[in-house]
Write a protein that binds this ligand. Structure first.
Ligand code: CP
Length: 327
């Protein structure tokens, strides 16, 4: 995906539209396109503060939300985003679809494509599932989380939340702590934050540390105090027990003792640190409840911003351009 070549005489966005058909991974986006999505999300956020939270931007467009894995935040925020943009939306969950009768993902995709949707939002347990849909479907495909690969709209909403508070991404120390090995949120956040100039540290048990993670321009450590020292942002990642086969650490209690985010560890970070978590949280495992609910936590802001960021992604993929944002 490459941005359209539009001049920015007044220092405005360097691009005003996305050229790509899909959003499958952060690497699909140029840095200018990332900025465009975040800027567009600011306009979309304003729509959410109106009494009538609806604009006609996607009127006549059909969006299918195809979720093959459980989701609360991503599925509901995509649906709210679609409705706020006046799209016709429908939700297909694997448990109520013909997947339970043995239909393949490819046949499901071709079946849906025959009904000519404009966009398909896909969550799937297999890394690369959205790439398969992209090849089979004319509809724009939005990756809502594919296996252990990527969750690009989560990284975009995380960046939006950081930028809204700190007014920048470049130069910030962002410590990402938790189950690094199984996290698609980590992969998307590394891709986005390093390219936007953040100083990204990753921290977790050696057994949950991807072997090649330093290759992506981050600093890796298993000493949490080093990771969170002077951090501007601390992002906790969920221990994904459902993706683990075998023991990666002695016990959840031991994990919390060594890697859990506590008030004591919080004091090592910058005084205005932001505590983030993509959810769902395991309280008392990766994060103490008094930190999750405390004054530094922006976890519910992340959820709220998810709607505006997904509105921006859908709007721009449907062909919207920045200067026409909203109505
Ligand atoms: N962050 C996230 O993807 O949450 P859900 O699984 O609830 O969608």
């Amino acid at each position: 995906m490459s941005g359209s070549a539009v001049a920015s005489p007044g220092g405005g966005p360097a691009v005003t539209a996305l050229h790509g058909k899909d959003l499958l991974a952060i690497s699909d986006l140029t840095t200018d396109e990332i900025s465009l999505i975040l800027d567009t999300a600011e306009a979309m956020q304003e729509i959410g503060s109106r009494d009538v939270k609806k604009v006609p931007a996607l009127r006549g467009k059909t969006v299918v939300n195809l979720f093959f894995e459980p989701s609360t935040r991503t599925r509901t925020s995509f649906e709210i985003a679609e409705k706020r943009l006046s799209a016709d939306t429908l939700n297909v969950a694997s448990v109520s679809s013909s997947v339970t009768k043995g239909e393949t993902l490819a046949d499901t995709a071709l079946t849906l494509q025959a009904m000519r949707p404009d966009m398909i939002v896909l969550r799937h347990a297999s890394s690369g599932a959205c790439h398969l849909l992209s090849r089979l479907c004319r509809a724009a495909i939005v990756n809502a989380g594919d296996g252990m690969h990527e969750h690009p709209t989560q990284a975009l909403l995380d960046a939006f939340t950081i930028r809204e508070r700190k007014k920048r991404l470049a130069g910030l120390k962002v410590a990402i702590v938790g189950d690094l090995l199984h996290s698609r949120v980590l992969r998307s956040n590394i891709g986005l934050l390093t390219r936007m100039g953040a100083d990204v540290w990753v921290c977790g048990p050696p057994t949950l540390m991807p072997a090649d993670v330093a290759r992506f321009g981050v600093r890796a450590t298993s000493v949490i105090d080093d990771a969170v020292a002077d951090a501007d942002v601390i992002m906790l990642l969920r221990i994904q027990l459902e993706r683990m086969q075998g023991a990666f650490f002695p016990s959840l209690r031991e994990y919390f003792r060594v890697f859990g985010m506590t008030q004591t560890r919080l004091r090592l970070a910058k005084p205005d640190v932001m505590i983030m978590h993509p959810g769902p949280m395991n309280r008392g495992v990766e994060i103490a409840s008094d930190v999750a609910d405390g004054p530094y936590s922006v976890i519910l802001e992340q959820v709220a911003n998810g709607v505006a960021v997904r509105m921006a992604v859908l709007y721009l993929l449907a062909g919207g351009v920045a200067h026409e944002t909203a109505a």
